[in-house]
Design a protein. Structure first.
Length: 428
C-alpha cells in the first residue's frame, strides 16, 4: 500500500484509503509529530479496514518517517522536528500568484531537504534555487515589456509572436514542459509554450488559463495544452475570451512561414478545431466550469429537480459568470434574469463566439511588431508581412465565412438564441 502524507487547514487528522494507498492529512506539524510519538490509533468509518491498519500501525508510523510530506498550506511548517529528519518535504504552491510565490521564496530559510511544486511546475519538484532563479528572470523580462507601455492585446500578441519562434523539441517529460526546465533548456512542447506564455501574462496582470485537451480515444495517450486569455483592453474596446495555441503556430521547419491561425481565436473555434483532432476539454478552468454548470442546470430542469436545488445551481452559475466578467473588465447586466435558462444561453453564446475585429487585429499586430523590431533588430516588418499575418487569422476568414455560423452551431449541438444581447463587447 502506497502512503501519501499531507498537511492542510483542517480540524483533525483525516484518513483516506483504498486498496492501493493510504493518505493521511494532518492539520499541523504538531499533530504529525504527536501521531508518530504516541500510541494513537487510526480511526476509520470502516471498522474492518481500521482493524487491519492498526494491526500494522507501528510499520505505518515507521514508513511515515521516510515518506513524502506535501504541505498544501505553506504557513503550517515553521521548523523540522528531528523525528522527521528522513522525510522528503514538498511545498505545494499551486494556489499562489507568481508575485506571492517569489516573495515567499525570497524570505524562505534555505534548507536542502525542501522541494516545491507550483502551477507552472507540476511534473517534478523544484529546488528553492531553481524557482527563485526562474521567477527572478521572468520578473525582469516582464519589467522590460512594461517599459513599452502597451495595451493588453498588444502585450499578448507580442508574447505570442516571440515565444512561438522556438521550434518544438521533444525531451524528457518535465524538461519540455515544466517552466523551470523550458526557460533554460532547448526542449519544449505544447505545455512548455503555454507555461512561459501564461506566466509572463500573469506578471503583466493579464489573466490566462491553461486549456488541457485530452484524447477522446482512451487508448491514445497524446493530449494537448494551449492558452485561454481573458482580454480586458480599453484601448481597443476588446473584452473577450480568446484562445492562443503557440505550439500549433510555432515553426516546425526552417522554410515555414509564420501564420496566425491560433492567435485571438474565439474559444468556440478552438474547441471545434480540437474536437476535429479527436480531443476534448478536460476539467480545471473557469470556462469548463461555466459549461459544466450550465449543462447541470439544463439536466436538473429536465428531471424536474426540486426548486431549491436548481436555485442553488443558478447561484453557483452566477458566481462563475461574475468571475469571468470581472477578468474581462465587464459587469453582468443588472436587468437580466439570470435564473432563466435562455438568458444564460445567450450570455454563454456571446462569450463563445465573440471575435476580434479585423481592422483592430491589424493595428495590434503592427504595434507589436514595432516593439519586436526593437527587441530583435533582425525582425522583418513591412506591409507584406503584416498583410500575410492578418490574412491567416480566423478573424479574416470569419469576414468571408460568417454565413457558416449556423453550421458551427449545429455541429456543436447549440440552439441559436432568438435575440443576441449586447454586452458591450467587440462587435465592430
Amino acid at each position: 500500500m502506497k502512503l501519501n502524507l499531507g498537511m492542510n487547514d483542517c480540524d483533525k487528522i483525516y484518513f483516506d484509503y483504498d486498496d492501493e494507498k493510504l493518505e493521511i492529512i494532518f492539520p499541523n506539524i504538531e499533530a504529525l509529530v504527536n501521531f508518530l510519538k504516541s500510541n494513537e490509533a487510526i480511526i476509520l468509518d470502516d471498522k474492518q479496514e481500521e482493524k487491519r491498519l492498526n494491526k500494522n500501525i507501528n510499520k505505518i508510523k515507521e514508513d511515515i518517517k521516510k515518506a513524502e510530506l506535501v504541505i498544501y498550506n505553506y504557513t503550517l511548517l515553521k521548523e523540522i522536528d528531528p523525528i522527521l529528519s528522513n522525510m522528503s518535504i514538498i511545498y505545494d504552491l499551486t494556489n499562489l500568484s507568481i508575485k506571492d510565490e517569489l516573495n515567499f521564496l525570497t524570505n524562505f530559510k534555505p534548507q536542502d531537504k525542501f522541494l516545491f511544486i507550483d502551477k507552472y511546475n507540476l511534473l517534478k519538484e523544484k529546488t528553492l534555487e531553481e524557482l527563485t532563479l526562474a521567477y527572478t528572470k521572468l520578473n525582469e523580462t516582464a519589467k522590460l515589456f512594461k517599459s513599452f507601455n502597451l495595451s493588453p492585446c498588444e502585450y499578448t500578441y507580442l508574447l505570442y509572436d516571440l515565444i512561438r519562434k522556438r521550434k518544438p523539441i521533444e525531451g524528457e517529460k518535465e524538461n519540455s514542459r515544466d517552466l523551470v526546465n523550458v526557460l533554460f533548456n532547448e526542449e519544449i512542447v505544447c505545455m512548455g509554450y503555454t507555461n512561459i506564455f501564461n506566466s509572463l501574462l500573469e506578471l503583466l496582470d493579464i489573466k490566462a488559463e491553461s486549456l488541457e485537451w485530452v484524447p477522446k480515444d482512451k487508448d491514445n495517450l497524446v493530449g494537448h495544452v494551449d492558452s485561454l486569455v481573458y482580454i480586458n483592453d480599453s484601448k481597443y474596446n476588446v473584452h473577450s475570451l480568446m484562445a492562443f495555441d503557440l505550439a500549433w503556430d510555432s515553426l516546425k521547419k526552417d522554410d515555414d512561414e509564420y501564420k496566425c491561425y491560433y492567435s485571438f481565436l474565439p474559444i468556440i473555434m478552438d474547441k471545434l478545431k480540437k474536437e476535429r483532432n479527436n480531443l476534448e476539454l478536460n476539467k480545471g478552468t473557469l470556462y469548463y466550469l461555466l459549461h459544466e454548470r450550465f449543462a447541470r442546470i439544463k439536466k436538473l430542469k429536465e428531471l424536474n429537480a426540486p426548486l431549491v436545488i436548481i436555485e442553488q445551481d443558478y447561484k453557483n452559475m452566477k458566481q462563475v459568470l461574475e468571475e469571468i466578467y470581472y477578468y474581462l473588465g465587464l459587469a453582468l447586466p443588472q436587468n437580466l434574469n439570470l435564473n432563466d435558462l435562455k438568458t444564460l444561453e445567450n450570455l454563454i453564446y456571446n462569450l463563445d463566439f465573440n471575435r476580434l475585429n479585423i481592422h483592430k487585429f491589424k493595428q495590434i499586430i503592427t504595434k507589436a511588431k514595432e516593439i519586436e523590431k526593437i527587441l530583435l533588430p533582425d525582425t522583418i516588418v513591412n506591409d507584406d508581412v503584416i498583410k500575410s499575418l492578418v490574412s491567416s487569422t480566423f478573424s479574416h476568414k470569419y469576414e468571408r465565412q460568417i454565413k457558416k455560423e449556423e453550421r458551427l452551431i449545429r455541429i456543436l449541438g447549440l440552439d441559436k438564441p432568438k435575440k443576441k444581447r449586447s454586452l458591450n463587447i467587440d462587435k465592430s
